[in-house]
Design a protein around this ligand. Structure first.
Ligand code: ZN
Length: 123
């Protein structure tokens, strides 16, 4: 099999991953629980366990968080709501809730990217 045979549409694969679905068929679930990746897709039997995103995931989530919190802070400064207590009430919950909310979709997108490029641990 040549390298080109393992390539798939990247954006479609990542979009399916963002929806926490199998990058191959878009129907099977990508995670067993919150972030536990399935071994194989239950619908199309595509092997998915070899696509390990590792430390790429926190890098992506932290980068997204910096932009989201930076936008919120900038918006609060520009609209005159820069009271320190408002910062605590808004930014502390956001800095906990937003990463937990975007983790599965971020991991799904990374798995979709890895799957589309054939970057698997298993040969
Ligand atoms: Zn599938």
């Amino acid at each position: 099999m040549s390298e080109d045979d393992t390539r798939h549409p990247i954006w479609q694969s990542m979009w399916r991953g963002i929806k926490c679905r199998c990058p191959h068929c878009g129907k099977g679930r990508l995670f067993r629980g919150y972030l536990d990746q399935v071994e194989r897709c239950a619908v199309c039997d595509e092997p998915l366990a070899g696509y390990k995103v590792g430390l790429f995931l926190p890098l992506v989530v932290i980068t997204l968080m910096v932009h989201i919190l930076g936008f919120v802070m900038l918006n609060m400064e520009l609209t005159g709501r820069s009271n320190p207590l408002t910062y605590i009430y808004v930014l502390l919950p956001l800095s906990v809730i937003v990463p937990l909310a975007i983790l599965p979709s971020s991991k799904g997108a990374m798995i979709g990217l890895f799957w589309a490029n054939g970057w698997s641990d298993e040969q």
